[in-house]
Structures are given as C-alpha cells and as structure tokens.
Write a protein that binds this ligand. Sequence first.
Ligand SMILES: NC(=O)c1ccc[n+]([C@@H]2O[C@H](COP(=O)([O-])OP(=O)(O)OC[C@H]3O[C@@H](n4cnc5c(N)ncnc54)[C@H](OP(=O)(O)O)[C@@H]3O)[C@@H](O)[C@H]2O)c1
Length: 335
Amino acid sequence: MRTIAYEQQGDAARVLRLQEWPAPAAPTAGQVLVRVLSRPIHPGDLAGVEGFPGLPRKRSTTPQVPGLEGTGVVEAVGEGVPGLKVGQRVAFFPVPGAWSEIVTVPAELVVPVPERVSAETAALLLVNPITLLTLLRAVEDAQKGQPGPVVQTAAGSSIGKLVSAAALRHGFPLVNLVRSAAGARESQRRFPELPAISTSDADWSTQVRDAVGGQGARVVLDAVGGSLTGELAALLADGGTLISYGALGSGTTPLESLALVPRELTVRGVSVGRWLTRTPAERAEDVAFALGLAETSPELFEVAGRYDLADFAEAVDHVRRPGKSGTVLLTSPAS
Ligand SMILES: NC(=O)c1ccc[n+]([C@@H]2O[C@H](COP(=O)([O-])OP(=O)(O)OC[C@H]3O[C@@H](n4cnc5c(N)ncnc54)[C@H](OP(=O)(O)O)[C@@H]3O)[C@@H](O)[C@H]2O)c1
C-alpha cells in the first residue's frame, strides 16, 4: 500500500516522501482495518510534520505517518466488534497514520457514516465539529456565566465558519477578524449579520472596539497568535480571556507585555488533541453532534481541493494558498 511518511520534522515539502509499505496485519480483537479513501490535510497535521512553535523539533528512528482523521470502507473486522461489517462506510479520529491507504483503527474510534452524508463531508466529519465544541466549551468557561462579546481571528477558516454559524445559532455576539479586505468582504457575504474587519486596515483595532462596545471583548478566540497577540489582548475587557488554539501567524509577543496582572486577563490554550480524555458517553454526544451537523449543514464541510496521495506536495501547497476556502483532501482509490 502507499503511504506518506517522514523521519525528521521539517519543511513538509522537503521531509515528506511517498513510500510503498506492506499492508497492516489482519485486525486483532477490537480492531478494524479501514481502506482510507479520503483524508483532510489539517493545519495541525502540517504542524506535526514541521514542529509546533514552542516545542523542540523531533527526530524519530522510525518513519512517522501524518494524519489523524479520514474516511473509507471497512476492509476487515477483528473479533468482538459488533455492528461493523466489511464494505461499510466509516470515518475515524484520532488515528495516527491516516495518510496511508489502509489503517488499523480501534473499533471505538470508528464512526459509521449514514447514507445521507456525502463522501466529501465524511472526510471532514469529526475534527472540525469536535474542535468547534471544544472551543464553545472554552468560551462558556471563560464567560463565567456573564456572556459578552467574542472576537475571533482567522474567521475565514473552516473552523472560523463553524464558529460564525454557531454564534448565529446560539445568539452570542461575535466579531470576525480576517487578514485581508477580500477576506472581510467574503466573511460579510457569508455571515451578513456579523461584523467582519480586516487586520490590514490601519484602524482595525478601533473598528473592533466600536463593534464590541465600550467594555471590550469578553473572549478572543485566536488561531493566529505571534506578533498579533498583544493587540488581541488589548481588545479584551479587564478579566477577559484569550483562547489560543492555533499558530498561523509569525513573530512573538512577550507575556509580560500583556498586562495580565493589573487587568486580570487569562490566556488559555485549547487542543482537540485532548478529546480522548472525555468519557466514552461524552465522546458519543460529540460524534452525534458532528453527524447532525453533517446532515443538516453540509455547506459547513467545504472542500477546497482533492489530490491523489502521490500529489501530496501540490496538496500541501494548496493548503497554504492565501484566500483558500475549505479544507484540502488527499484521496486514494477504492482498490
Ligand atoms: N487547537 C485545536 O485543537 C485545533 C483544531 C483544529 C484547527 N485548529 C487551528 O485552527 C486554525 C484554522 O484551521 P482550519 O483547518 O479551519 O484552517 P483553514 O480552513 O485552512 O483556514 C486557514 C485560515 O487561516 C487564515 N490565515 C492563514 N495564515 C494567517 C495569518 N498569518 N494571519 C491571519 N490569518 C491567517 C487564512 O486566511 P486567508 O483566507 O486570508 O488566506 C484562512 O482563512 C488553524 O490554526 C488550526 O491549526 C486548532
């Protein structure tokens, strides 16, 4: 089977290689083999390949295969796995090695895909909706029962659009920040009820302050970080919370410059990587939410482009293209 692997963390275009590997062994009890037909390239997958800011770069003695999410069909079922059969359409997360043609998946991480959900939506079924839930829980914690305005960065991202849709559904005030005038126009077109402001405007922070009102924002949901962090923290009301969940930006901001102490600000990191710490019952609720969203709002599972595994370098290039809308998929044939 084909797989994409790397040994030393570094620039994805340089360290990733397409390789031919033996298929995994037959599944043991409680496992399922899945032939993966499609898997997303999430920014977090590339951070795994390239190293996350703040963590030392890793060198592994064995090849590492990126990817934690995918969809495909069941190829073989181990003993003691009720309710799954060969040929069934499924999705999975979090399963390391999704950028392979066949993966071994613990049965409890396999989600049967209903007929009403398209193959492309199934490829994006889990990570983004579960990230949305993780962010909404963090916002709720930060609000401490006193709802107030929320500002989000990278509002044009797949996650950002889910957050916008959730704000409209739940009625919390949200201001969308993007990095270009074109991005602001697009955000306004999709979500006309929500203010959209571009950080390319010289007076963007004044515009945000006007939009959130005199008190400032209660929460900033931030996927950019870097040198923008100080300006984002300055938008918060005293006692507010900056929730960091991505590192798309560049540069750094010293913690000391944020006036955390006099303003009693909170800075909190959030990662979907902790999802397995939720109980099985809680995870089942999250999966049910994801399935419901996939069925009712497939437009929130937008695909930016599809590339065969062999064309991974072009796919990675597409992920980084400014103005991209949706998530890039890596595909492989059904047999
Ligand atoms: N913590 C977690 O558990 C978790 C889980 C999932 C995703 N994430 C993070 O969430 C973020 C969005 O992920 P996604 O899959 O939704 O992304 P995506 O659909 O690929 O979209 C990326 C977006 O980021 C914007 N962007 C890229 N570089 C930027 C920069 N330097 N400054 C400002 N905006 C920038 C792009 O804007 P343009 O339209 O202008 O190009 C685009 O709208 C990523 O940081 C990802 O790592 C975190």
